[in-house]
Design a protein around this ligand. Sequence first.
Ligand SMILES: O=c1ccn([C@@H]2O[C@H](COP(=O)(O)OP(=O)(O)O[C@H]3O[C@H](CO)[C@@H](O)[C@H](O)[C@H]3O)[C@@H](O)[C@H]2O)c(=O)[nH]1
Ligand SMILES: [Mn+2]
Length: 698
Amino acid sequence: MAKDENLPLFTTKLAKGRILFQFYSLLIFVGICFIFVYRLSHIPAKEEPRRWAWMGLFFSELWFCFYWFVTTVVRWNPVYRNTFKDRLSHRYEKALPGIDIFVCTADPVIEPPVMVINTVLSVMAYDYPPEKLSVCLSDDGGSELTFYAMLEASRFSKIWLSFCEKFKVEPRSPEAYFRTAVEPLGEPVMAKDWSTVKMLYEDMKKRIENTTKLDRISEEISKEHKGFKEWIFVASRRDHQTILQILIDGRESKAMDIQGQTLPTLVCLSREKRPQYHHHFKAGAMNALIRVSSRISNSPIILNVDCDMYSNNSMSVRDALCFFMDEEKGNEVGFIQFPQAFENLTKNDVYGSSLNVLMELEMPGFDGNGGPCYIGTGCFHRRETLSGQKYSKIYKADWKRWSNISVDDSTSVLEETCKVLASCSYEENTQWGKEMGLKYDCTVEDVLTGIVMQCRGWRSIYFNPERKGFLGVAPTTLLQSLVQHKRWSEGDFHIFASRHCPFVLGYKRIPLKLQLTYCMNLLWATNCLATLYYVIVPSLCLFRGISLFLEITNSWVLAFVFVIIVHRAYSLGEFVWFGGTFKGWWNDQRMWLYKRTTSYFFGLLDYILKRLGFTNSAFVITTKVADDDVSQRYEQEVMEFGTSSPMFTILATLALLNAICFVSGLKRVIANVETLVWEQFALQILLCGLLVFINLPI
Ligand SMILES: O=c1ccn([C@@H]2O[C@H](COP(=O)(O)OP(=O)(O)O[C@H]3O[C@H](CO)[C@@H](O)[C@H](O)[C@H]3O)[C@@H](O)[C@H]2O)c(=O)[nH]1
Ligand SMILES: [Mn+2]
């Protein structure tokens, strides 16, 4: 036993096959060197008309190489983590710290209340002492429908939590459970409960979905909850006071499930909104939650999830604690990021939303290079880290003290005192949004906040358990996906171009390899320039009869062909290795092109316009539901164009341009078969043809 005391709570393993990757990198590197030798020794003379077009190509290629270098740094050293939860509970079961769980929602139409409460129920049902869990929902929409759903959920939790506890079910979102689990016919005890609970769930779901008008919400509920009138009153207005309700107070003896087990605390918050105060989107909501929860439970660990990211693994809290509570390495850990995984992906993933390579390889790479970025959901934070504290070598977490915090105020007193903390003017002349809490004024508040925390000395950890910790909803139309990436690329570039740039803020604070790793995401937007150049200029030159590339019989061609083939083959291999299909990879290539020519382009443009003071960027919330016909097309993997958008104008123009150039190029070659013109244009025609081929869905 004495021996066990000294064993670590987690281990770190280096990825296998790194030698192979290094060999591949070497091959590409040599190929690139050849390309540059060719480029530098063949610069067209001043009087040649193609000189400028040629220079552009050269610069694009320089960019591609730089970006390749960055992605290679990311992949150099991936690490994978493992936890020992049995050691954790052996040592600390009695002294486990409190956990505050924040769920954010903002719009009852595109984030349906049923989805929101499924997320809430799933995190209430963690395998963890319930008196130490507090779940707090922030509703930026101030919706009475969501609130009503939460009331229903608070009642249903009494049945659901005891069912989960009794039969150890997984996952603990009722919707996901009843959709995926098979009826336990072999176990009569469970089967009986199963059908009762399922029926109760379906009933509740029906009540919530049918409640579109206020007067249909049951009288009984509005009597039981005096605060309900307040929500109804508020919901019809865009500006309103803070409303806050403690739906279940875990400290009260009433708060029990049907088996007499304590229930977690459950709070519903909609912060004050006034037109004259900026509400700062999700970051503002999170900061209000940090303050409010500090009064209610003040737990040292905070988990934050988006309203569509239900918990798929009831052990995640314990997993996270293995990192925070490790005696040797735990103190410097500021946050633990779980991957974003999605439950609504189709086999070949038309919109390339699976993020598989990012989550299975690039994030472990981040971790190996110094710590993953914070990606906004499925992340456990130390309260101190999130509140702006710096890490110091003498810092030591005091878990004993935190494990028995008690608040004496009664529920109603608490509600009143907490409201002040979520009022509009509370942050005036404070450091909130700057030094404290999540940072404001960036559309990827998460990544920015993560960098700042790392630069304050905290380490972050990436943990990707076998059974996924959280499952969310990926966009189901092309436009949604492109708009989401526009928000990300714009925000990321904003960080790069600000004083929070990893090379500036991170200088001497985080390792150089981590600074470079950040570039992979932060420079998404600038990728558009080289890509747009490559898809437009060679095709136009083909149309005009200007030969840009070298003749196909020239032996320097080999260097280009070699790099392109090896590079793409590696990418295909990687994609398939992490669970993709060949068709999925092809779709991903198409999305790669589309994102670079539209999302990133508009992201960059918007950033520039914003800097010049023309626009203000907003947070466009990603839709999480789809009409029946839209979801049907999604299931069939047919690309959905939906409404018109400038993004589509660009895509269509590019596709058309390449089609025309391709045809005219072919014509030119056929007309001059004898003169060997085709040798000069072969590569251009090939590129153009590839673009036409990839654009077939358009
Ligand atoms: O004014 C707002 C706007 C959004 N949200 C919530 O923020 C979350 C994320 O919004 P979503 O539209 O789902 O964005 P995604 O693109 O899916 O989000 C990713 O990227 C965001 C940064 O761009 C991060 O904040 C998210 O955590 C991360 O999942 C959702 O729960 C929203 O309800 C608010 O609470 N208030
Ligand atoms: Mn989302």
